[in-house]
Design a protein around this ligand. Structure first.
Ligand code: GLA
Length: 395
């Protein structure tokens, strides 16, 4: 029995039906570089990965929505009605898909009936690989498919961000949903978060691979310092606006920043803004380096990005620093940094294929010794964005 049959059988047994559901998939994402720049009007450079969320769904004849996640079987079936899609703490993980229903319907998309939906995700939760945006985008493509909504990717992406910002209460930017909604096999996406202009860049790494390393330190984005960082950047921007006609930190070059940084009265806010400005410049340079095949320089920029996130933005923490530091010291590593929001979660490293085994062995030992528990390693395939898939593809 393959996985497709398992998921379909699971759907039929959970929802007590003989009918076949339709199947959708949304990936997770890594970010190569451009961290904490999205909500600062800068650029990001993410890519969607082969891990993700599979969603199987069928329309119902009534107004009920029933959600089930194979990742949270203890939560059982979580039910609600189309007439009440308000956030409820007790609905736990199902608030993410519920929020998608709500904002689509509020925007006038005709979801006129309920649905049974089963989710199965293989992105580790809380690892900074965007499991929540993946559920949102899986729900978006599922609703689009089941109800023939003619929903375009950009609005779908924006509804996902609204779920995070207004429904869940995390003031995150648009990077995660964009990377997941617009992902392309073997490509990274350079996105201007101010204008939403984007371009794909082939991820041709030759004899190198991208390793994802999970600190296994759990972090809750909502409860984290994420919103605080965002506020600090906004304060820094307001200070700069006393003299400069800019709408976001992303509009400043490092030179302009250096000339004007004294306007930022608070020293901590100045460091935060410095990271946002320099990281944006690094991201633009990284695209060029990748296009020119200069992987060495690309790797250096990743390392600089991590140092800036550690020293100026202060979102790395002991676990991520330990991993990245250890990665820098390994043979065959051309760059390593944290990826995503930070405060735990994952790091990425560009590693020579023939050194991957040593890399894993050495980092495992160092990490366990210094942190006291294990790190987990994944080799990232760069896959396509959110879409309907055939049964055979669920493997
Ligand atoms: C999280 C947020 C994104 C982005 C990153 C940091 O993943 O959801 O919008 O801000 O952190 O780059």
């Amino acid at each position: 029995m393959n996985k497709a049959t398992t998921l379909i059988t699971e759907f039929q047994s959970i929802f007590n039906t003989h009918n076949n559901p339709r199947t959708f998939f949304a990936p997770g994402r890594i970010n190569l570089i451009g961290e904490h720049t999205d909500y600062n009007g800068g650029h990001v450079f993410p890519a969607s990965i082969s891990y993700g969320t599979t969603a199987l769904g069928r329309k119902r004849d009534d107004q009920r929505i029933r959600f089930y996640s194979m990742n949270f079987p203890e939560a059982g079936i979580i039910e609600c009605d189309l007439s009440d899609l308000s956030f409820k703490e007790s609905d736990q993980w199902a608030n993410y898909p519920k929020g998608m229903f709500l904002y689509l319907m509020e925007a006038g998309y005709k979801v006129h009936r309920g649905a049974d939906i089963l989710f199965f995700g293989n992105i580790p939760n809380g690892a900074g690989l965007s499991s929540s945006a993946s559920i949102e985008m899986a729900t978006g493509v599922l609703l689009n498919g089941l109800f023939d909504l003619k929903l375009k990717p950009i609005p779908m992406i924006q509804f996902g961000q609204m779920v995070e910002n207004m429904y869940i209460g995390v003031n995150s930017g648009i990077m995660d949903q964009f990377a997941i909604g617009m992902g392309k096999q073997d490509h990274a996406i350079l996105l201007n978060c101010q204008t939403l202009e984007y371009e794909y860049a082939p991820l041709e790494l030759g004899q190198y691979v991208i390793m994802i390393i999970n600190t296994n330190k759990q972090r809750a984005l909502a409860g984290s310092k994420y919103n605080e960082r965002r506020t600090q950047c906004e304060q820094a921007l307001r200070d700069l606006q006393r003299k400069l006609a800019v709408h976001s930190l992303g509009e400043l070059t490092p030179e302009e920043f250096e000339l004007n940084k004294k306007l930022i009265t608070d020293e901590v806010n100045r460091k935060r803004a410095k990271h946002a400005v320099y990281e944006n410049a690094r991201t633009l340079e990284a695209l060029k380096d990748l296009q020119q095949g200069d992987l060495i320089r690309f790797g250096q920029l990743m390392n600089e990005s991590h140092r800036s996130l550690r020293d100026d933005y202060e979102v790395t923490g002991h676990e991520l620093d330990t991993l990245v530091q250890a990665a820098w010291a390994q043979d065959g590593v051309i760059g390593a940094r944290m990826t995503g929001a930070g405060f735990g979660g994952c790091a990425i490293a560009v590693v020579a294929k023939d050194k991957v085994n040593d890399f894993k062995k050495n980092i495992s030992t160092i990490y366990r010794e210094k942190i006291g528990y294990d790190a987990t390693f994944y080799t990232a395939g760069i896959g396509s964005g959110a879409r309907e898939i055939s049964e055979e593809a669920i493997l």
